[in-house]
Design a protein. Structure first.
Length: 676
C-alpha cells in the first residue's frame, strides 16, 4: 500500500511513500504524515492511496501523528481544486489553508474575555419585521433542497438588510447541526459585525482573521473542527474553515478586490467559496451593492439566481449625490474659484460650503481621497533630482507627519531630506497631494472642528486606530479624511456629508477595471452618509462628470452602469467574456529578466498555436522593478478556461525543463485583479 503525500514545497507534485504494516489501519486521507525527504523529516498530508507498481523501492512513512485526519474531506477537495486551478503545489495550498502550528493548542480553551473583546458575546437585539424583498429573498434561498449547490447573487444597497438575510438563511443550517462559512473583507470584519452574528448564534460563532494571535487562530480552528462552532466568520482564509458538513456559504461584498490574495497562493477567496459550496453541495450567497461584472454577468446569463433588495431596510432615503466639474474651459465661461487648493487637488466652493453648513449643524463630514501621504514626490528646484526607491522603479512619497520618504510598493522608508541629496540645495518642491496634505488644508479651512485621518499610515501599529474610530463614533472628531479604508466597515452614523475630492485618481488607472472600481468606491463611500437620522449628501469632484461610472453612481443605478460596462468588455473581449492569466517573469539582473521573459513567451506562443489562446507580450510591467527584481508580463487570454490552463501547464513545464528562464522566477496569476 502506497500513499501520495503533499508536502509544503515549491515542487509541483506529490510524493509517494510506502505505508508500513503497522500504520495501515490508521492511515486515512487528510491525515498528516511524517516522512523522510532528502535526509530530513518533513510533515505532509496524505492526499490519496495507490497499490503501487512494485517496481520502485519507496521509502516508508515514519509516523502518523494524529488520531484522526486533521483535514476533512471537503476541504481537501477544495485544496485540490485550488492547486489545479491556480497552478500551485497542493502542499503549499494545504499549508496556506491551515493555521500555522495547528496541531498545538488543542487542549487550551479560548478565554472568555478574549472572545468578548473580539465582539463575541450576547445581548438582546432588536426584533423587526422583514421587508417584502427580504422575505422573498429568504424564501428563495430556503427553498433550495438540502444537498444542492445553488449560487445566489444578493444585490442590495448598504443598509438594505443583506446581513439580516444572511443571518436568517444560516439559522436553519445551524439548527440542522451543519456549518456555515461567512466571508467578509478583512476591513469589514469589525466587532459590530461579529457581535451581530454572536447575538444570533452565541458560542457557535468562530472568528478567523489575520489580527488574531496564532494561538487564537488555532483555538478557533479547533472549535470548528470539533463541531463546537458552526458559523465561521472571517476574512479570506475562513473559506478553509474545517467543517465536516457544510450547509451554507456567504460572501459579503463579493466584488471586493481584497478577496484576491496577491502573494504566495494567489487565489480569489470569492471564487474558492463558490467552489467550496459546489463541492459540498450547498447554497452560496454572494452579496454586494456593486456586484463584480463577472458575478452580475453570471446572474444575467442564468448561472446565478439574482435576488434584489431595493432601497434601505429601515426606510432611510438614499443620499443625494452631485457632481462638481473641475474643468475650466479656456474661454473663461466657467470660473471655478477653488475655496482651497493644494498640489494635486482642490476643494471647490460647493463642497466647502456644503461641508460648512453640515458641520455647523452638528453633523460630521467625510473627505475621501484615495492617495495617502503628503506629497506624491519631492523634486529639487535646482538640479531636478527626484528621490526614487532603491529597490523599486517608483518615486518615494513624502510623509510629513512621520518626516519620512516611503515607497508604497515595498514599504522602504528613510528620513525625509531637508536638502537635496544630490546637489545639497535647499529649494525642495513638494509635488502632488495625498490625505495628509488634504487634512492640513481642512484644518486650515475649519480650525474649529477636530479633524482626523484614517488610512494605512494611521492604522499602522501604534497609530491608535481604535481611538481614531472611537472619536469618530463619539462625535468628538468632526471631520474625517480617509482613503478606501473609510469606504466600508466602520459604523459612522453621524456623517452628514461625503466629499470625494478627486474621482479621477481611480478613473485614470491603467487597468480595464478602472471604471468598475470607480463606480464601486464612489457608491460605497456615498453609502457612508446619512446612515443615522439625517439624510445624507455626497459631492464628487471630477474632471469627467459625464463619465458613465460617475453618472450611474450619482443616480445609485447599478444596472445602467452594468449595461454600459458590459458592452465595452464584450467589444474588447475582456472578462467576463474571456479568461486571463498573467505570467510574471522576475529577475535581479535586467538582461536575464528580459531574456527569460522573451524565451518564455516564445514557448507559450508555440504551445498556444491553434488552441484559441492568445499570448501577448512579453512587456515590461508598468512598475518595472519591485523589491529589487525586474518584472516582465506575459498575458494569456482565451474564451475557454480549459484551453488556457492546458497552455499554461504545458508552457510552464517546458520552461522548467528547457531552463528557458535562467536566474528568473516565473510566477502565474490566474484571473489577475491587478495588472500593474
Ligand atoms: P446590509 O447588510 O445590506 O448593509 P443590514 O442587514 O446591516 O444591511 O441592515 C441595515 C440596518 O437595518 C441594520 O441596522 C439592521 O438591523 C436594520 N434592518 C435590517 N432589516 C430590517 C427590517 N426588516 N426592518 C427594520 N430594520 C432592519
Ligand atoms: Zn520600493
Amino acid at each position: 500500500m502506497y500513499a501520495e503525500i503533499a508536502i509544503g514545497l515549491a515542487a509541483r507534485k506529490t510524493f509517494t511513500y510506502s505505508v508500513p504494516e503497522l500504520l495501515r489501519e490508521k492511515a486515512r486521507v487528510g491525515q498528516r504524515a511524517i516522512v523522510p525527504l532528502s535526509g530530513q523529516l518533513k510533515i505532509g498530508f496524505i492526499v490519496g492511496f495507490s497499490s503501487g507498481d512494485g517496481q520502485f523501492d519507496y521509502k516508508d512513512i515514519i509516523d502518523l501523528p494524529d488520531l484522526s485526519p486533521l483535514v476533512p474531506e471537503g476541504l481537501l477537495k477544495l485544496a485540490r481544486w485550488l492547486s489545479e486551478y491556480y497552478i500551485v503545489p497542493l502542499g503549499l495550498v494545504l499549508a496556506a489553508a491551515l493555521p500555522p502550528g495547528v496541531e498545538e493548542g488543542k487542549a487550551s480553551r479560548p478565554r472568555k474575555e478574549v472572545r468578548e473583546k473580539m465582539g463575541a458575546y450576547c445581548e438582546a437585539e432588536p426584533v423587526f419585521q422583514l421587508t417584502t424583498a427580504q422575505k422573498e429573498a429568504l424564501g428563495t434561498i430556503n427553498a433550495v433542497y438540502s444537498g444542492t449547490f445553488v449560487p445566489f447573487l444578493l444585490h442590495g444597497a448598504t443598509g438594505s438588510g443583506k446581513t439580516e438575510v444572511y443571518l436568517q438563511a444560516i439559522k436553519p443550517v445551524v439548527e440542522a447541526g451543519m456549518g456555515a462559512v461567512v466571508l467578509v473583507p478583512e476591513i469589514s470584519l469589525t466587532p459590530q459585525l461579529v457581535r451581530r452574528f454572536s447575538r444570533r448564534f452565541g458560542e457557535k460563532v468562530a472568528v478567523l482573521h489575520s489580527g488574531l494571535t496564532p494561538v487564537q487562530r488555532r483555538q478557533e480552528w479547533h472549535r470548528i473542527r470539533q463541531g463546537e462552532a458552526l458559523v465561521a466568520v472571517g476574512a479570506r482564509s475562513a473559506v478553509f474553515a474545517p467543517f465536516e458538513r457544510l450547509g451554507m456559504v456567504v460572501v459579503d461584498e463579493e466584488h471586493d478586490a481584497s478577496y484576491k490574495q496577491e502573494e504566495g497562493v494567489r487565489y480569489n477567496a470569492r471564487d474558492a467559496a463558490v467552489m467550496r459550496a459546489k463541492l459540498s453541495g450547498c447554497p452560496v450567497i454572494l452579496g454586494s451593492e456593486t456586484p463584480s461584472l463577472e458575478s452580475y454577468h453570471n446572474a444575467a446569463s442564468g448561472k446565478y439566481t439574482l435576488l434584489e433588495l431595493p432601497g434601505r431596510a429601515a426606510g432611510r432615503p438614499m443620499p443625494k449625490v452631485s457632481l462638481v466639474d473641475l474643468k475650466e474651459p479656456a474661454d473663461g465661461s466657467v470660473n471655478r474659484q477653488p475655496a482651497a487648493q493644494f498640489h494635486g487637488g482642490q476643494l471647490t466652493e460647493p463642497l466647502v460650503n456644503a461641508a460648512k453648513a453640515r458641520l455647523e449643524n452638528g453633523e460630521q463630514a467625510l473627505f475621501f481621497l484615495n492617495r495617502r501621504g503628503h506629497s506624491d514626490f519631492i523634486i529639487c528646484r535646482d538640479c531636478g533630482e527626484v528621490p526614487k526607491c532603491g529597490a523599486c522603479s517608483v518615486s518615494m512619497t513624502y510623509h510629513r507627519q512621520a518626516k519620512e520618504m516611503k515607497c508604497h510598493w515595498c514599504g522602504a522608508a528613510y528620513p525625509a531630506p531637508s536638502v537635496c541629496p544630490k546637489c545639497g540645495g535647499d529649494r525642495i518642491k513638494y509635488v502632488g497631494g495625498g490625505t495628509e496634505k488634504l487634512q492640513r488644508e481642512l484644518e486650515r479651512l475649519f480650525p474649529d472642528f477636530k479633524t482626523s485621518r484614517i488610512d494605512k499610515d494611521s492604522v499602522a501599529p501604534g497609530g491608535g486606530f481604535v481611538k481614531l474610530l472611537d472619536d469618530v463614533a463619539s462625535g468628538e472628531t468632526k471631520i474625517v479624511v480617509g482613503t478606501q479604508m473609510v469606504s466600508k466597515g466602520h459604523d459612522m452614523p453621524g456623517i452628514g456629508i461625503v466629499g470625494v475630492v478627486l474621482a479621477d485618481y481611480g478613473l485614470n488607472q491603467p487597468d480595464f477595471r478602472a471604471a468598475e472600481r470607480t463606480f464601486q468606491v464612489v457608491t460605497q463611500v456615498a453609502g457612508r452618509s446619512g446612515r443615522g437620522d439625517v439624510p445624507g449628501e455626497v459631492i464628487v469632484q471630477t474632471y469627467r462628470p459625464e463619465h458613465y461610472s460617475l453618472q450611474c453612481a450619482s443616480r445609485h443605478d447599478y444596472k445602467s452602469f452594468y449595461d454600459e460596462e458590459i458592452v465595452f468588455r464584450k467589444e474588447l473581449g475582456l472578462p467576463p467574456f474571456s479568461r486571463l492569466a498573467l505570467v510574471i517573469v522576475k529577475g535581479v539582473k535586467p538582461e536575464k529578466a528580459q531574456a527569460g521573459a522573451a524565451s518564455s513567451a516564445e514557448i507559450f506562443k508555440k504551445e498556444a498555436r491553434g488552441k484559441g489562446v492568445e499570448v501577448m507580450g512579453p512587456a515590461p510591467a508598468p512598475v518595472k522593478r519591485v523589491r529589487g527584481k525586474y518584472r516582465h508580463f506575459i498575458t494569456l487570454r482565451s474564451k475557454s478556461h480549459k484551453k488556457l490552463h492546458e497552455v499554461l501547464e504545458a508552457g510552464l513545464k517546458l520552461i522548467e525543463l528547457n531552463k528557458a528562464a535562467p536566474a528568473c522566477k516565473v510566477e502565474v496569476d490566474v484571473d489577475p485583479q491587478s495588472m500593474i
